[in-house]
Design a protein. Structure first.
Length: 349
């Protein structure tokens, strides 16, 4: 089936209209008519070939929400008319230890929603900047928010789960002090989620102008990480710090804020390596440094249900398809609060 899409034909070209093919609905598949798709910073890196391995044409988008329009004859979990979403994963091996545990995001054969090798033409996956998508029902997600909130649900499929997963893994909640570094697309979700979990939330920013915004999102306190006195006041006090910054920066200044057995989790993906932190900052307080990548399908569904229960949505700005390139440039300048979402109805305009 041919559908309208928006993508890049080369890394040095702007995105533009494309016609792409979607496979026929198989026995275990669902087809989703995409209403909205969030714009993630990784979309920009991929279409501009800043990360290795981009295949062209590249149609990005892994924050997909819409309505099920068709299901295969063996589908049991969805029916036409259901509100549904697709996040960063559209397939995996289904039989490794990670898949058995619902950690498809760590499967060695995980298939990403775009730019991952597949058998169907053109040979790699094409994402949510398109009118429709067909996926195995295992990788579909139920959306229980009201339909009127659908556009603001889209970023939960990446920004939401990326911050939810480490918060859950390290048991953020009442009695825990949690730091969120960076107040952007990821960070604003981390603040909302940690607050809803009942943790004491401290937001870190280098922008004094973001202080009031962070408090409005649910932070109990905001620290300017360039202010040595503000940082020192929190020494050895955090159970968990989730670092969303996608650029090399000083990790030691964060590690020393952790209490004994505290953890610093990195979720931002920088274009170049970090400098190695001081080993003694781990040894002296049995601190740990870890990473986290999105979440498995069960945990992503759990996150969506948690957000529906607590009324959590992303703060978004809607854009038309023909405004995507401008949105990319604004995203590079940090000129968005906090996530762009495409109105996919404009793909056909």
């Amino acid at each position: 089936m041919s559908v309208k899409a928006y993508g890049a034909r080369a890394g040095d070209q702007p995105l533009g209209p494309l016609d792409i093919s979607r496979r026929a609905v198989g026995p275990h598949d669902i087809r989703i008519d995409i209403a909205y798709c969030g714009i993630c910073h990784s979309d920009l890196h991929q279409v501009r070939a800043e990360w290795a391995g981009t295949q062209f044409p590249c149609v990005p988008g892994h924050e997909i929400v819409g309505r099920v329009s068709a299901v295969g004859d063996k589908v049991t979990g969805f029916k036409p008319g259901d509100l549904a979403g697709v996040g960063c994963i559209v397939d995996s091996c289904k039989h490794c230890q990670e898949c058995k545990l619902g950690l498809e995001n760590y499967c060695d054969d995980m298939v990403g929603t775009y730019n991952s090798p597949i058998a169907d033409a053109p040979g790699w996956t094409l994402g949510g900047y398109s009118e429709q998508i067909v996926v195995h029902e295992r990788y579909g997600l139920h959306i229980r928010h009201p339909e009127k909130d659908l556009a603001a649900v889209a970023p939960l499929l990446c920004a939401g789960i990326t911050t939810y997963s480490p918060l859950r893994h390290w048991q953020a909640g009442p009695g825990k002090k949690v730091g969120i570094v960076g107040i952007g697309g990821l960070g604003h979700m981390g603040i909302k989620l940690a607050h809803a979990m009942g943790a004491q939330v401290v937001a870190f920013t280098t922008s004094e102008s973001k202080r009031q915004a962070a408090l409005a999102l649910g932070a109990d306190e905001v620290v300017n990480s360039r202010n040595a006195d503000e940082m020192a006041a929190h020494a050895k006090s955090f159970d968990l710090i989730v670092d969303t910054v996608a650029a090399p920066h000083d990790l030691d200044s964060l590690l020393v804020l952790l209490k004994r057995d505290g953890n610093l989790t990195l979720v931002g993906a920088p274009p170049t390596p970090h400098d190695a932190p001081d080993v003694f900052n781990f040894i002296m307080k049995r601190r740990s440094l870890s990473g986290s990548m999105i979440g498995g399908i069960p945990e992503t569904q759990e996150m969506l249900d948690f957000c529906a229960e607590h009324g959590i949505l992303a703060d978004i700005e809607m854009v038309r398809a023909d405004e995507i390139n401008e949105a990319y440039e604004r995203m590079l300048k940090g000129d968005v609060k906090y996530r762009f979402v495409i109105d996919n109805a404009t793909l056909a305009a």
